[in-house]
Design a protein around this ligand. Structure first.
Ligand SMILES: Nc1ncnc2c1ncn2[C@@H]1O[C@H](COP(=O)(O)OP(=O)(O)O)[C@@H](O)[C@H]1O
Ligand SMILES: [Mg+2]
Length: 214
C-alpha cells in the first residue's frame, strides 16, 4: 500500500461535508498525485444497500450490535472496492467518516463497548488505519443546532431520533480516541467560521505530508 489515507471525523453538524467540499479543490491544486474524495458507503453498490437498511427510520427494532456489524460490513465492501485500489496505485484517499465513527457512535453512543467495536472493525479492515485523521470538534449542542437550522437540506434518518445524552456519549468517545491516538488524530476547532476551519485542515494535511503537496 503506497498511497495516503486521510479520514475526517467529528459529531453530526461539525462541518465535515462542508469543509471537504471547499478543501478538496484546494488540495488538488497542490497535490503531486491523484486525490480521491469518498464517503462511507461511497460508490459500492452492496455498501449502499447495507446503509439503506441501517438508516431506514422504519427499522426501529434494530439491535445495537446488528447496527455495528452492518456498518462494519458496509465499510469492508467500500474499502475493498474503492479505498484499497486507489491506495494501491499511490493515490491520496480522503474519506468522510471511518472506523472512529463506529467506535464513537456504536461503541460510545449505543454503549456496546468501544474496545469491542474497535476489534470488530479491525477484522473488517484487516488492520488498515488512516495515516492521518482530522477531527472537527464542536460542542454537541452546536452541531445539533447547525443541523436543526438546515434540516430542510438533508434527509431525516434513524440516528436523528437519538437523545442529547446519546450525542454526548458519542462526543466523549471521540475525546477518548483523540487522547489515545495523538500521532494519528489532529483536532481542529470547528466552531470557527467555515473558511478558518478549511484553512486549518489544509495546513494540518500539507504539513503532515510535505512531499505530496506544493
Ligand atoms: N464552521 C461553520 N460555521 C457555521 N456553520 C457551519 C460550519 N460548518 C458547517 N456549517 C453548517 O452546519 C451544517 C452541518 O454541516 P455539515 O458539513 O453537513 O456537517 P457534518 O458533515 O459534519 O455533519 C451545514 O448546514 C453547514 O452549512
Ligand atoms: Mg456530513
Amino acid at each position: 500500500m503506497t498511497g495516503t489515507f486521510i479520514t475526517f471525523e467529528g459529531p453530526d453538524g461539525a462541518g465535515k461535508t462542508s469543509v471537504l467540499q471547499a478543501l478538496i479543490p484546494r488540495l488538488k491544486a497542490q497535490s503531486q498525485v491523484a486525490l480521491n474524495l469518498t464517503r462511507e458507503p461511497g460508490g459500492a453498490k452492496i455498501s449502499e444497500k447495507i446503509r439503506d437498511v441501517i438508516l431506514d427510520p422504519a427499522n426501529t427494532e434494530m439491535d445495537a450490535r446488528t447496527e455495528a456489524l452492518l456498518y462494519a460490513a458496509s465499510r469492508r465492501q467500500h474499502l475493498v472496492e474503492v479505498i484499497k485500489p486507489a491506495l494501491a496505485q499511490g493515490d491520496i484517499v480522503i474519506c468522510d467518516r471511518f472506523v472512529d465513527s463506529s467506535v464513537a457512535y456504536q461503541g460510545g453512543g449505543r454503549q456496546i463497548g468501544t474496545q469491542a467495536v474497535l476489534q470488530m472493525n479491525q477484522f473488517a479492515t484487516a488492520g488498515l488505519e488512516p495515516d492521518l485523521t482530522i477531527y472537527l470538534d464542536v460542542p454537541v449542542q452546536v452541531g445539533l443546532d447547525r443541523i436543526a437550522a438546515h434540516q430542510h437540506e438533508r434527509q431525516y434518518d434513524r440516528l436523528d431520533q437519538e437523545s442529547l445524552a446519546f450525542h454526548e456519549r458519542v462526543h466523549s468517545a471521540y475525546m477518548k480516541l483523540v487522547a489515545d491516538n495523538p500521532m494519528r488524530i489532529v483536532t481542529v476547532d470547528a466552531t470557527q467560521p467555515l473558511g478558518s476551519v478549511v484553512t486549518a485542515a489544509e495546513a494540518a494535511i500539507t504539513k503532515r505530508f510535505p512531499s505530496l503537496f506544493g
